[in-house]
Design a binder for this molecule. Structure first.
Ligand code: APR
Length: 255
């Protein structure tokens, strides 16, 4: 794996357009449970019971209990070295986009700004009736109400069966298809549309790289598959780039 890691490092350093896709695995080392892995969230909670619009209509109290529990859990977690490495990569590469399926907000807290949160955010709430929407990091009541119209608020996340926020998919597809390096980190590669991004990138000529604790259904389709904890692999990958970039900016190196 060492040789592959060095090759990916060199690729990143020489690349012009890098797109990184992240999933729940990148937050695992922060203490946020993944969905499908060992101790995954969906082991104790059936997603079809909790993350669907019709489930919310039928049992808003149960769904809010689940989201309020996740908000409290994530509020007690910190970004880990993998989140911080991607924030650093954004700083040193000229054309970078981070697309995350995660709703935990840890990329933002780590400093990432060139970021698309495909599935929304745990920290967004929006009215089920009017246009009220806000970011809210506080403790919410069991059934929070809209301050404008009094109707029920809902989490600002994209549930199963719901379309993505308008424009998000267009931006993601545009940038993925223009990438010269595409990196998928900590995602099982099972949930669309993100699960197709590596193929889209490859079809348009990108080199594709997976960083995951273990092989996934898409590992075999990747040009490089780096297996191990993201919190160890990403800082190693990024260290080389950051060093070269700082050497370039001080005139000490170049490509
Ligand atoms: N480092 C790298 N990868 C890890 C680590 C780690 N420390 N820990 C776990 N992983 C990997 C697992 O091997 C698995 O492949 O992260 C992946 C997590 O997969 P999922 O739990 O399926 O999460 P994700 O792919 O993000 O799920 C996609 O599904 O339920 C929906 O909306 C939810 O956004 C989520 C979407």
């Amino acid at each position: 794996m060492r040789a592959d890691l060095e090759m990916v490092k060199a690729l990143l350093d020489g690349s012009r357009r890098v797109v990184v896709l992240t999933g729940a695995g990148i937050s695992a080392e922060s203490g946020v449970p993944t969905f499908r892995g060992r101790d995954g969230l969906w082991r104790n909670h059936r997603p079809e019971d909790l993350a669907r619009p019709d489930a919310f209509e039928a049992h808003p109290d149960l769904v809010w209990e689940f989201y309020n529990w996740r908000r409290r859990l994530v509020a007690g977690c910190e970004p880990n070295p993998a989140h911080r490495a991607l924030a650093e990569l954004e700083r040193v590469l000229p054309n970078f986009l981070l697309i995350t399926q995660n709703v935990d907000g840890l990329h933002v807290r780590a400093g990432s700004r060139k970021l698309v949160q495909m599935h929304g955010s745990l920290w967004q709430v929006k009215c089920t009736v009017c246009t009220h929407a806000r970011e809210d990091f506080g403790e919410l009541p069991a059934l929070p109400e809209c301050p404008v119209c009094g109707h029920l608020l809902r989490p600002g996340v994209v549930w199963f069966g719901e379309p993505l926020v308008p424009g998000v998919l267009r931006i993601a597809i545009d940038r993925v298809s223009k990438a010269d390096v595409f990196l998928a980190v900590g995602t099982s590669g099972l949930v669309q549309p993100a699960a197709s991004f590596h193929q889209l990138a490859k079809d348009h000529g990108a080199v594709t790289v997976e960083v995951n604790l273990e092989p996934t259904p898409v590992s075999g389709f990747m040009d490089f598959a780096l297996h191990g904890p993201a919190g160890e692999i990403l800082p190693e990958l990024i260290a080389g780039i950051a060093d070269t970039a700082s050497a370039r900016s001080t005139g000490g190196g170049g490509r």
